[in-house]
Design a protein around this ligand. Sequence first.
Ligand code: PBG
Length: 325
Amino acid sequence: METFKRHRRLRSSDYMRDLVRENHLSLDDLIYPMFVKEEGQTEEITSMPGIYQYTLPDFAKELDEVVALGIKAIILFGIPAHKDEEGTGAYNDEGIIQQATRLVKKNHPELLVVADTCMCEYTSHGHCGVIKHQDVDNDASLKLLAQTAVSQAKAGADIIAPSNAMDGFVLTIREALNEAGFSEVPIMSYAVKYASSFYGPFREAADSTPKFGNRKTYQMDPANSREAMRELVSDIEEGADMFIIKPSMAFLDVVNEAKHYTNAPIVCYNVSGEYSMVKAAAQNGWIDEKRVIEETLVGMKRAGADLIITYFAKDVANMIHGGQQ
Ligand code: PBG
């Protein structure tokens, strides 16, 4: 009689390993972030190879490719022609995101549009709301955020994803959507959003670096996980339908813990800095890019993510279709 366990029995061949694999990557679970700009030319984001700020006509072409690859959902970020103190571009019915959303719904009605509901791309100071006494004013910002969400829903957004990290943003947006006749539009809340250095490349991409200070009075301290559960619980109570945890790679314990608090879908945001690190190492030939992408994303599934917002969505699609990356 053997006295030890033979774990290798279930690792003996590709088919055997496939048979016992516990987690899988599927295009069904991925949301692809895209940047759309109101004026100027389409440009690649220096720190995010393969990711572009698109003009509307180029965005339309890119959408055809995204849909052909089998991607089913995108999240949109806008780069407006003009910014101001009150971020009016965010809630203007003719704003860049509203135009882009209408374009998606016209060309590819089935493609799900997630609207990132925030103001940092639209404010001249780069903060996520309106400023009073050198800080973001919570309740004044909520009003504008609700207007933004309604304007995005009117343009055809399928999911509203508030990300400005103000207290009460889910409840305020839910009430405003209901009142405007959008009670069927779900809210994917950025419930747990850390004040992270991993957003650096995104701020280049979205031109949204704060002109003074930082976001630490509204985004969370990366050292905390019990605080994350408090944030999650209040968004559950306020009626959010799905919950984002962001960033991902350094926060998978938080993703796992969140599963004990809700049965609703948990979304990992695999953020810009996480993308840039992999791309940079791959460009240097230091890692096997495809395998690192797979390991990173399946790790998020293993931790408990139901969905993943990732700049790698096209890479994954190409990997699944066995095509070129
Ligand atoms: C808007 C927003 C940010 C990201 C998503 N929505 C930037 C921020 O909070 O500074 C970051 C996404 C990424 O880094 O990929 N507030």
